[in-house]
Design a binder for this molecule. Structure first.
Ligand SMILES: CC(C)(COP(=O)(O)OP(=O)(O)OC[C@H]1O[C@@H](n2cnc3c(N)ncnc32)[C@H](O)[C@@H]1OP(=O)(O)O)[C@@H](O)C(=O)NCCC(=O)NCCS
Length: 188
């Protein structure tokens, strides 16, 4: 199975509801919240879909705030059957590119302290821990707030050029934000 990414639309609502159901044990976004996220929130959502098959197997959302160059990874998950194949990393990398395109300078997120897979992925992608948030989720679990400075579009190109010269590398988050009033806090 191979996967591609595209921007989500309102027609992906059923698929996102399904992903919520199979990826999270509790504290899921409701259909109404997801509809808001897709249609109205100041957000950008990407979906990963299989080719062939066109089955949506993951999604990730960035939220933006007016007059802020800090963006937040608001939601992020991959269906269990599609995990471990690079879909999650591809979604995050694509969202980082979108954030840079919008001149964002920082990407932040919160992650459950017991989510070892996500913590490892974020660390390897260059996020560092900002602070510990005690009793952050509805079940009492703590969170790490993590952040990453994004290179400007110009810096990113320069860095890719440099990598291309000397190496074979080809260049280069569910979290909640209490930003959009219709969206619930505290998840993942
Ligand atoms: C976190 C999540 C999105 C990762 O998605 P994924 O498609 O499996 O991620 P990838 O295949 O790109 O793997 C990312 C990294 O995690 C590692 N990894 C994946 N699954 C792993 C596992 N079960 N145990 C240990 N490491 C694992 C991979 O080796 C990879 O490492 P690399 O970055 O060095 O290559 C997915 O596990 C998920 O949806 N979890 C449930 C919801 C969730 O926790 N969302 C994140 C909230 S903060």
């Amino acid at each position: 199975m191979s996967c591609s990414l595209r921007a989500a639309t309102v027609t992906d609502l059923d698929a996102l509801c399904h992903l919520e159901a199979i990826c999270f044990d509790g504290d899921r976004f409701t259909r109404r919240q997801l509809a808001y996220l897709l249609a109205r929130a100041n957000a950008h959502t990407l979906v990963a879909y299989t080719t062939p098959g066109d089955e949506v197997v993951g999604y990730a959302t960035l939220l933006f705030r007016r007059n802020s160059r800090v963006t937040r990874l608001y939601s992020f998950c991959v269906a269990p059957q599609a995990r471990g194949g690079g879909v999650g990393r591809a979604l995050l990398e694509a969202l980082e590119r979108e954030a840079r395109r919008r001149d964002m300078t920082r990407l932040q997120l919160e992650v459950r302290a017991d989510n070892r897979v996500a913590l490892g992925l974020y660390r390897r992608m260059g996020f560092s821990v900002l602070r510990w948030l005690e009793d952050y989720y509805v079940d009492g679990c703590a969170a790490w707030q993590m952040g990453k400075t994004l290179p400007s579009a110009g810096q990113a190109w320069a860095s890719q050029d440099k990598l291309g010269e000397g190496t074979n590398r080809d260049g280069e988050c569910r979290e909640h934000a209490r930003i959009a009033p219709d969206l619930s806090p505290a998840r993942k």
